[in-house]
Design a protein around this ligand. Sequence first.
Ligand SMILES: CC(C)(COP(=O)(O)OP(=O)(O)OC[C@H]1O[C@@H](n2cnc3c(N)ncnc32)[C@H](O)[C@@H]1OP(=O)(O)O)[C@@H](O)C(=O)NCCC(=O)NCCS
Length: 339
Amino acid sequence: MAHEFPAVFSADNASNLYYVSDKEGMPVSHVGVAKFTGVLDCARISMASIGAVCTLPEYQKRGLSTKILERVISDLEVEEVALMLVSGRRGLYSRLGCAEAGNIITAYFEKSSPQQAGVSHDTSIREIRREDFGKNVDKLLALYRCHRYRYSRSKELMLDLLKGYSARRKEVGVRLYEVLSCGMQAGYVLTSLGERFEREPGTLRIPEWAGSASSVISALPLVIEEYGVERARFQVQPSDINMVSCVRRLGLKTETGPVQGTVRPVSVSSLILELGPWFEEYLGYRVELREESREGWLLRGPFGESKLKGFAALTKWLFDPPPSGLGVPLMFTDDMNYV
Ligand SMILES: CC(C)(COP(=O)(O)OP(=O)(O)OC[C@H]1O[C@@H](n2cnc3c(N)ncnc32)[C@H](O)[C@@H]1OP(=O)(O)O)[C@@H](O)C(=O)NCCC(=O)NCCS
């Protein structure tokens, strides 16, 4: 686990690992927290990702995970962390106010279809092996930072995440390819063919990609060929007009849905404050917040007043696409930062 999820299981992060132990001091229930900064275009959001939630079978259904999560939320509130991302969708989380949110497109590129005719033929791919991650990290990070909605990653974090992802036991056949256009680096794709995706046999998953949309799309037939699979699936931000237009031009099959897992505002005042630059840039105004009760807020703007009750309602109001929500985009939550 430590190798696979370095952002959670590292000595530096030990104080963010919450657990209940038995009389002998052995942990029986655990919740892992990893703190990140989210970059939502011009806004930087303090975030905590929650994962590695687990209780030993003989201790389950006694409320241990619930109690630990309540403690995590209360600690994050004290720290004024704006948003919590949870890797699951179960009742355990929704009872604590976590809700599905956001709007992400999943696109499928099929091997044997006319789609291939529309891709550029001056594209090539080259696998970057684990031992060469260090040599390539600067250029990979520069490409990753082209995404407008992403996590903030230092060089060290990027390298740790690359090494961690390639070590994941559940994700069989993880490879990293650099994408070259006319011999120049134009992007990268991280690929994974894992047991998690048995429901979609023959589908190669691309948990992360970055760079020129047309070059990345043109690399897909080559990647599919390398793995000998039928199709590849990857995610696209609806606001990424370059990738969206490539997907449309090629007529790829798409599905649109919430981001992986669930989301919960923690410090609502921090969240509204940190989202301020985004509101101003994309809506043209700031949103004013008044906390009316522990889980009740009055939000004011040119739209008038919105009275909201409960974290799930607030999440939907912020992140659902208009007209029901303000449509603040979220980053991919199922990429290398997933915990
Ligand atoms: C999911 C998991 C972490 C829950 O741990 P837990 O300590 O049993 O969690 P809780 O006891 O707080 O809550 C679990 C259930 O027990 C119920 N429960 C809590 N206290 C209870 C009590 N005193 N008596 C009876 N039921 C109780 C809760 O209502 C909850 O019901 P649910 O089925 O609607 O979720 C545990 O089942 C597990 O480790 N599963 C395998 C790993 C996993 O799937 N992790 C989650 C990844 S997203």
